[in-house]
Design a binder for this molecule. Structure first.
Ligand code: ADP
Ligand code: MG
Length: 684
């Protein structure tokens, strides 16, 4: 049996069952083997009846002496299997399954596993798993529990796996070079797959897991490095730093932080090479990423090239456009704003200016990457706050250009260290880990919903001092329409009650771009004191006079998102406040609120968030356009990641003692595994 064979060749799987497997994304034997148990039940403890305690989950055994059938209700049959063990007896209660009487006979020796109940001193097991003594498929083992789909049972999957494991050619599936296996004492694939499904002991399970976790990291790293290598083969425009740059810096109204300078240097060096830059700049909200972007754009301009700055929302595009006009007013850079709501005629004009190099710098939304947009000399493409952009998209964005632009991605969503390490396989990462001087930390408090009025009183105080307030509506899961409804309701309530003496504005995602822009303008011009909003204000908006941020139903937001939201305040010289209104009592919730009130550091928050979310929720990879891990855990398996990363690099850089056939095998494998994502990648 070969790894790529259809699952239909496996014992017990026919046409019909294969459709069920398909629902689990399993079509080949290999995919079945990589369908790991979701968890295990330790069924290794076998006890005699007299050793078993009430409520204990345990294996035991005995001889069937009778079947007692009763029908307490219509449509309900109960069969009590009476089992003897020496002089002791027990009942195994089976519901609605008369088949049990065909499967077993009086006199059979059986084993079973289930939860024991003592009823009037007599042992009873409700719906236990039963098998013939010695079979050891259900009892006396570490029992794998799989994610199932309707029409597919756990024992069925086990059976198919046993069949596959006994017939498959493992050598065909082994693609981690022997050199690395030996280096880390990693077990062979055969051992790993057998023991991940049917571990002999907890220790063998650990050995198996180690291998599979390593392998998962190793593959992903190889994939990312491959992408990077692919990018690096492209030509790019070389951007040499010119002396006017220093002047530009010296004329800024503030001194750059050391962190900003460091990152600017890194970018400067990257762009002054013939290899396209692929850099991610991470900097907490308010750390001053925009100026880093503008600096790089100016640098490109001085060298006679064009640049883009792409952002996720029109509001943000407009805001950047304004600050760019301001900052570059004496430089001669020709700046254009291009968004979805740019009038058609204006768009056509801008397209022409772009292709004729009659503009140097285009700020906008996704409108920038439409087919009609063809830069004459695009040398630098920056995306701001675009953590929603995946690896694959990023690489295909500019694939139509013969000469690839330098790419800079800026994000304020701090990436936990582990995830950042993974992404580094593909992107170089810069960190702005310092805030501009004089920033007052945002004071955050969390209050229960019944004390909500206090929050609004606090807002009123600030408004009376001439400040402005954001109120963020609860997040309604999965539905923008509901989000808007809740925003509207909150707006109605607040503008009629608490803030009836003030001007209240409403902002949500479904509003027309023009209306949104108008509301934002009014807020910036202090014509509105209270801005009720959905999370559309999450990214980038800058209104320094707003000093209070109230977040309703804060428990519904992720910590990083809360942090991002609260970053809308604390942008001026005044002390700012964030008030989280929450309901609920769970410990995790309390811990989450505590983290928010105790730290203003986005990186700390993202790490803690990752830990609190717990295993299984390995968020983040998806956002970067990568598949989630099956078995590896970003929190727990840092050191395995380190090893895998090192090895992937060794292999890619041809430093290892592997043969090229070996390398081809791995690369081929990586290619297949990530096939969908690497359409654009040619292997060398
Ligand atoms: P973010 O990193 O969140 O995008 P911005 O670039 O919007 O942050 O910067 C936030 C504010 O800080 C802006 O008003 C910007 O002019 C200002 N700023 C940036 N760098 C500095 C600095 N080194 N010193 C003082 N203010 C700065
Ligand atoms: Mg920003």
């Amino acid at each position: 049996m070969r790894p790529g064979d259809s699952i239909m060749y496996v014992k017990g799987v026919g046409e019909k069952k294969s459709q069920k497997y398909k629902k689990l994304n399993i079509e080949t034997v290999e995919e079945l083997l990589y369908h790991f148990p979701a968890r295990y039940e330790d069924r290794t403890t076998v006890k005699r009846f007299d050793e078993i305690a009430n409520d204990e989950k345990v294996c035991s055994y005995g001889t069937i002496v009778n079947f007692e059938k009763s029908t307490p209700k219509r449509n309900m049959t109960i069969i009590k299997v009476v089992v003897r063990q020496g002089n002791e007896g027990a009942f195994l209660t089976i519901f609605n399954n008369e088949y049990i009487k065909d499967k077993f006979n009086v006199g059979d020796k059986i084993s079973f596993y289930g939860k024991a109940k003592k009823v009037f001193g007599r042992l009873e097991f409700n719906a236990p798993d039963i098998e013939k003594f010695g079979e050891n498929n259900l009892t006396n083992m570490i029992y794998p529990v799989y994610n199932l789909t309707h029409g597919l049972t756990n024992p069925e999957i086990q059976k198919s796996l046993k069949d596959s494991l006994s017939k498959i050619s493992f050598s065909e599936m082994e693609y981690v070079p022997l050199e690395f296996l030996e280096k880390h004492h990693i077990c062979p694939l055969e051992y790993a797959l057998k023991n991940i499904h049917f571990p002999a002991t907890i220790d063998t399970l650990k050995i198996a897991r180690f291998r599979l976790i390593y392998q998962e990291f190793f593959m992903l790293q190889l994939y990312l490095l491959m992408m990077k290598k692919f990018t690096q083969q492209h030509n790019t425009y070389r951007i040499t730093p010119l002396s006017q740059l220093d002047l530009f810096i010296s004329e800024l109204p503030f001194e750059l932080t050391l962190a900003q300078k460091k990152v600017i240097d890194e970018i400067k060096r990257d762009m002054d090479r013939d290899i396209p830059m692929q850099r991610l700049v991470q900097g907490d909200v308010g750390s001053g990423k925009t100026i880093v972007a503008f600096y790089s754009i100016y640098n490109a301009f001085l060298n006679g090239f064009q640049s883009t700055l792409m952002v996720p929302t029109e509001i943000l595009a407009k805001q950047h456009y304004q600050s760019a006009l301001d900052l570059f007013k004496n430089t001669g850079i020709r700046i254009r704003l291009l968004t979805g709501s740019t009038p058609k005629k204006e768009k056509e004009k801008i397209y022409k200016e772009i292709s004729g190099h009659d503009c140097d710098f285009v700020i906008g939304t996704h409108a920038i990457i439409q087919d009609q947009v063809n830069f004459e000399k695009l040398a630098l493409a920056i995306t701001d706050e675009q953590h929603r952009f995946g690896v694959k998209q990023r690489n295909s964005l500019y694939s139509s250009y013969e000469i690839m632009p330098h790419v800079l991605v800026m994000t304020a969503t701090p990436i936990p260290r582990t995830l950042s390490m993974i992404i580094q396989g593909d992107l170089d990462v810069s960190l702005i880990d310092e805030m501009p001087k004089g920033r007052k930390p945002i004071e955050t408090i969390a209050i229960r919903k019944n004390l909500r009025k206090n929050a609004y009183d606090r807002c009123t105080e600030e408004i009376q001092k001439g400040r402005q307030v954001y109120i963020v509506c609860p997040l309604v899961e999965e539905s923008e329409d509901l989000d808007i409804k809740s925003a509207q309701e909150l707006f109605d309530e607040l503008s009629q009650n608490q803030f009836s003496n003030y001007r209240v504005g409403l902002l949500h995602g479904k509003m027309k771009a023009r209306d949104k822009a108008q509301i934002m303008e009014e807020f910036e011009d202090k014509k509105i004191e209270v801005l009720v909003s959905t999370t559309v204000i999450e990214v980038g908006i800058n209104v320094p006079n707003a000093t209070v941020m109230v977040i309703e139903d804060a428990q519904r937001f992720g910590l990083s998102q809360l942090h991002q939201l609260r970053g809308r305040v604390g942008r001026g010289t005044e002390e700012s406040h964030c008030i989280l209104i929450y309901q609920g009592n769970s410990d995790i919730l309390k811990q989450r609120m505590k983290i928010m009130t105790e730290t203003n550091n986005g990186f700390v928050i993202s790490e803690k968030d990752l830990i609190l979310r717990g295993p299984g929720e390995m968020f983040g990879l998806r956002q970067h356009g990568l598949p989630e891990f099956k078995i590896a855990d970003l929190v727990k398996h840092m050191n395995i990641l380190h090893r895998a990363q090192e090895d992937a690099r060794i292999l890619i850089d041809d430093e290892s003692s592997h043969t090229s056939a070996e390398k081809d095998k791995v690369m081929q494998r990586v290619k297949v595994k990530f096939e969908k994502e690497i359409k654009t990648i040619a292997l060398n």
